[in-house]
Design a binder for this molecule. Structure first.
Ligand code: NJP
Length: 231
């Protein structure tokens, strides 16, 4: 297809796999992250556009949408994937770290959607895909900030789904379990346990599935786990 897709957090991990799969399928991919190096390397593979932006900053998020429209003249798909997390007992959690997690996961999703939705509504078509987490539906020790941010991100997307549905715009939410990425300063493949985790490409296939639904179908939610993960 000649569809234009923005992928936030595209430089590594899940976002990179989504960007590569969408490009392989013929989409024009706009790859977004804060650091330029990995983004440029990816963009050589996707032959798309890369935009260096911090999605937690309103001007940056607006720029991602306007620059995409300036460059390609259209926007069909927004993948809200960028996210961060760290884990600690509540009393040892720094308030600044709480803010970093909420600013990225919740506010970042809000800001990208805020800029894209008027365009999607005007064209009466568009698809927002949010990568949240299975921890948007469960709680766990040491996960106060990250878990709460994923519950909140999930609620943003679920509310938005109801707002935009009458305008022909879809919102799909994907809930992955453990995925072997660079998340929380880890290195893929470094730990024995990670060998059974989902691969970023597994999550990319889930994104592909929700995007390929017929025009009259919206996949609201899709959850996937490694077979070995008890949750
Ligand atoms: O993480 P990682 P994942 N503005 O660290 C970018 C969720 N999830 O792929 O900005 C713009 O490999 C960052 O680039 P840079 C998770 O919560 C994961 O695992 O240059 N971009 C990089 O490209 C998250 O929502 C697991 O540092 C920003 C990317 O985001 C999503 O999956 C399980 C940014 C992060 O790549 C992708 O995470 C689960 C900003 N402010 C859900 N901040 C899991 N890994 O187990 C970061 O259930 N980025």
């Amino acid at each position: 297809t000649d569809q234009v897709a923005i992928v936030s957090g595209a430089s590594r991990g899940i976002g990179r796999a989504i960007a590569l799969l969408l490009a392989l399928q013929g989409a024009k991919v706009v790859a977004v992250a804060r650091n330029e190096g990995e983004l440029e390397e990816l963009t050589q593979k996707t032959r798309g556009l890369c935009i260096v932006a911090d999605i937690s900053i309103e001007e940056d998020a607006q720029y991602v949408i306007t620059e995409t429209l300036n460059h390609f003249g259209r926007l069909d798909i927004l993948i809200c994937n960028a996210g961060v997390g760290s884990f600690n007992e509540l009393e040892n959690f720094e308030a600044a770290e709480w803010d970093r997690i909420f600013d990225t996961n919740v506010k970042g999703t809000f800001l990208l959607c805020k800029s894209a939705v008027p365009h999607f509504k005007a064209q009466k078509r568009g698809h927002i895909v949010g990568i949240t987490s299975d921890v948007a539906k469960r709680t766990f020790a040491h996960g106060t900030a990250y878990g709460a941010s994923k519950f909140a991100q999930d609620a943003v997307l679920a509310s938005l789904r109801k707002e935009v549905r009458p305008h022909g715009v879809k919102v799909s939410t994907i809930y992955p379990g453990l995925v072997d990425t660079y998340f929380n300063d880890t290195t893929p493949g470094s730990a024995e346990a990670e060998k059974t985790h989902l691969r970023p490409a597994d999550v990319a296939q889930a994104v592909r599935y929700v995007l390929e639904a017929p025009a009259h179908v919206v996949v609201d939610e899709l959850m996937l786990h490694p077979l070995t993960q008890e949750w």
